[in-house]
Ligand binder design. Structure first.
Ligand SMILES: *[C@@H]1O[C@H](CO)[C@@H](O)[C@H](O)[C@H]1NC(C)=O
Ligand SMILES: *[C@@H]1O[C@H](CO)[C@@H](O)[C@H](O)[C@H]1NC(C)=O
Ligand SMILES: *[C@@H]1O[C@H](CO)[C@@H](O)[C@H](O)[C@H]1NC(C)=O
Ligand SMILES: *[C@@H]1O[C@H](CO)[C@@H](O)[C@H](O)[C@H]1NC(C)=O
Ligand SMILES: *[C@@H]1O[C@H](CO)[C@@H](O)[C@H](O)[C@H]1NC(C)=O
Ligand SMILES: *[C@@H]1O[C@H](CO)[C@@H](O)[C@H](O)[C@H]1NC(C)=O
Length: 505
């Protein structure tokens, strides 16, 4: 019985296997014609190829790149080299040709590269449709070349020709044109890049964003990041920020703005703004930030002319969590109402939810306690390299904030030093926060400024004695006067009575 059932089972198994195998055969035979047509050539072992001897190849499951930087190349790969890549067993996502001697960029053959780095060459011309065969390209770096407006033709970025029109380079989301010789842009230059999210134009001396350039940029409706640093700009044209509704990051470092750019309110979804190294003056009067409800990151550092942050300067940035306001050598005053905003309830002020406040290397002497309501939520507070005054006006800074910094970012308690008074110069503030070294700001306590306190007390007493004597004298005279008045009143009453009496008589 047992034997027979085993036999049955094996027969069943054999039948099953053969049916599976035939099923396999049938599927392979149906697929065979197409695979046979496309893979006659065996895959080339790219990592062992000559190409990877010439350049540095790297391949692992997360990242694959071929780096041909600094190879003194005049051209991209030869036809044979491209064949190796195209038929290789590794597909490189990243190709680098930086720091070579490429002057004319001819087209690329088909290859599914995702990021292409051509920076630091001498590229002057680019063929039309040069990148059309790179259909997977997401990032193109053409920075540090010699591109001029005329050579950067819209057709350069054309996609493949399909039936009766050119397709866009639809996957391209980042284009770096920084540090070329551009002074403007063709108004249609990005027409084949409808999904561009990041555009870098830094280091091109535009001086003015003219109508053509503004048209090109404002047409990028998917744009999220715009880098226009070091372009010698003093203002932005009105309509520049109208087009890209989702603009989240604007970088304007190293320009010539002497006040805040006018039209920031036209980028209401702005999340990050960098205005470093501009000669922007005081943030007072009209020169304060407009309402940017989503702005979380603001950097205003290395500003040679910034002396004062006035009331309301940041009041309309009610989502600000990071402020980098550092290395502004003249910045000496931050108004107590710089961040607060009136609410409908006059008793209540709104404050941004600040988490990172970097105000190091300025000319600050004091910090107002009421600048923020919830200092305790600030996890990064950098106060180093300022000119702090170590007296009772900064007692809260010394005894509360310094202890908080010691708990959150202990490295930043060093170099937060006293500048005034002279006797305490270069003393770390944290040393005045301990029980035994506290500033003497009331009768109890003692030590460093104890002598100051004594002088204060003496002056107080000296002033008080005459005042006291004077007021006693006045009181005494006042009392006599009052008595006399009462007496007089009584007397007048008495007189009147007398008068009445007389009248009745
Ligand atoms: C770069 O190419 C130009 C001509 O295309 C040549 O004159 C120059 O010597 C080359 N420079 C280097 C460093 O190879
Ligand atoms: C793109 O590929 C096609 C087919 O391989 C080729 O004929 C064409 O020249 C390539 N385009 C460029 C700009 O090299
Ligand atoms: C702050 O930003 C968050 C999302 O980033 C948003 O939900 C919130 O409404 C913003 N706050 C204000 C005051 O606009
Ligand atoms: C820093 O502030 C002090 C006054 O507190 C002022 O005398 C000095 O000139 C300021 N320094 C600079 C560089 O503006
Ligand atoms: C906020 O309220 C204060 C006092 O009520 C007022 O002096 C100040 O002008 C108000 N600020 C704004 C920007 O309305
Ligand atoms: C700073 O923090 C350290 C470690 O938490 C602690 O030992 C030290 O006493 C603190 N210093 C002051 C002055 O509070």
């Amino acid at each position: 019985m047992k034997m027979r059932s085993n036999w049955l089972a094996t027969i069943l198994l054999v039948v099953l296997c053969t049916s599976l195998a035939t099923a396999d055969n049938t599927t392979t035979t149906t697929v065979a014609p197409t695979t046979a047509a496309t893979t006659p050539v065996p895959k080339i072992n790219v990592m062992k190829s000559d190409l990877c001897k010439k350049c540095v190849c790297l391949s692992n499951p997360d990242y694959s790149q071929i780096d041909c930087s600094e190879r003194k190349m005049n051209l991209l790969f030869s036809v044979d080299e491209w064949k190796i890549l195209q038929n290789g067993d590794v597909t490189f996502d990243v190709i680098k040709f930086e720091h070579n001697n490429i002057t004319n960029l001819t087209g690329f053959p088909s290859y599914p590269v995702k990021r292409l780095y051509l920076g630091f060459n001498h590229i002057e011309t680019i063929a039309k449709s040069a990148f059309a065969n790179l259909t997977q390209l997401t990032k193109l770096d053409l920075s540090h070349n010699k591109l001029k407006v005329k050579q950067l033709d819209p057709d350069v970025f054309r996609g493949v020709y399909d039936v009766h029109d050119y397709l866009p380079l639809g996957k391209m989301i980042e284009l770096d044109l920084g540090y070329n010789e551009l002074h403007s842009l063709d108004p249609d230059v990005f027409e084949h890049l409808p999904n561009l999210e990041t555009l870098i134009l830094s280091g091109n001396t535009f001086q003015v964003v003219d109508h053509n350039a503004a048209t090109a940029i404002s047409g990028l409706i998917s744009l999220k990041t715009l880098d226009m640093s070091f372009m010698e700009l003093a203002e932005l044209p009105d309509y520049l920020l109208h087009g890209p509704r989702d603009l989240e990051t604007i970088i304007l470092t190293g320009n010539l703005f002497d006040e805040l750019p006018d039209d920031l309110h036209l980028a209401p979804n702005l999340r990050e703004l960098v205005l470093d190294e501009n000669p922007i003056g005081n943030l007072t009067g009209d020169n304060v930030f407009p309402t940017l409800p989503y702005l979380t990151y603001l950097s205003m550092s290395y500003m040679p002319d910034l002396e004062e942050i006035g009331a309301g300067a940041f009041s309309e940035l009610q989502n600000l969590t990071t402020l980098i306001l550092a290395s502004n050598p003249k910045l000496g005053r931050i108004d107590v109402n710089a961040f607060s905003k009136n609410t409908t309830n006059p008793e209540i002020l709104a404050y941004p939810p600040m988490k990172k406040l970097h105000i190091h290397n300025n000319n600050l002497t004091t910090l107002e306690h009421k600048l923020f309501q919830r200092w305790d939520l600030i996890t990064e507070l950098d106060l180093r390299y300022n000119y702090w005054t170590c007296d009772c006006s900064n007692r809260w800074l010394i005894e509360v904030l310094m202890v908080q910094i010691n708990n959150t970012t202990p490295l930043w308690i060093h170099d937060v030093n006293c500048y005034q008074p002279n006797a305490l110069r270069n003393l770390p503030l944290i040393q005045l926060s301990t029980e035994e070294n506290r500033l003497t700001c009331s009768i109890e306590g003692g030590s460093p400024s104890g002598s100051l306190f004594l002088i204060g007390l003496l002056v107080g007493i000296l002033l008080c004695i005459p005042i006291l004597l004077g007021s006693v004298a006045i009181w005494r005279r006042g009392c006599l006067g009052l008595n006399r008045n009462n007496y007089g009143a009584n007397r007048s009453l008495y007189n009147r009575a007398n008068f009445n009496d007389e009248l009745h008589i």
